[in-house]
Write a protein of this length. Structure first.
Length: 149
């Protein structure tokens, strides 16, 4: 099966609502790991979804992404961060925190963000505002208020 097809399998099973979906997701990820492709990084980042029912399995995707060259992985994350925040705010926060907790990753992340912000003024500000707006919207939903109590 081609890389594109394995990515489609990930996409189709990313919610992991059944044992079959978990197995399909894990199998596709294992196949992709045999021949990692840097150009797949943005698409792979967008596989994260906060509605996934098996977050411990989704962490295997995170570990796979972290196995790529650091600069390529960070660049892909920065590229898709605005979309990722909309799809998977919790996962975006987890990835962001992991970057900040690694000294070399944090330094490179800072350099890359500075570069992006100089090319697209207010990128970082807009990203943070979008994240905060999404977070506040989530906190205003009845389900989230119950979870916070």
């Amino acid at each position: 099966m081609s890389q594109t097809n394995w990515i489609r399998v990930l996409e189709a099973n990313k919610f992991m609502r059944s044992r079959q979906e978990v197995i399909a997701f894990e199998t596709a990820l294992a196949e992709l790991a045999k021949h990692p492709q840097t150009e797949d990084l943005p698409t792979l980042h967008l596989m994260f979804d906060d509605r996934c029912e098996q977050p411990e399995v989704m962490f295997s995707l995170l570990h796979f992404l972290e196995s790529f060259d650091l600069q390529q992985q960070l660049q892909a994350f920065i590229t898709v961060a605005p979309q990722l925040i909309g799809l998977a705010q919790d996962w975006a926060r987890i990835i962001h925190t992991r970057i900040l907790n690694d000294d070399s990753a944090c330094q490179l992340y800072r350099e890359l963000l500075h570069s992006v912000n100089s090319q697209h003024p207010n990128f970082i500000r807009q990203l943070l505002e979008d994240s905060a707006t999404g977070h506040l919207t989530d906190l205003n939903s009845p389900g989230e208020l119950i979870k916070q109590v």
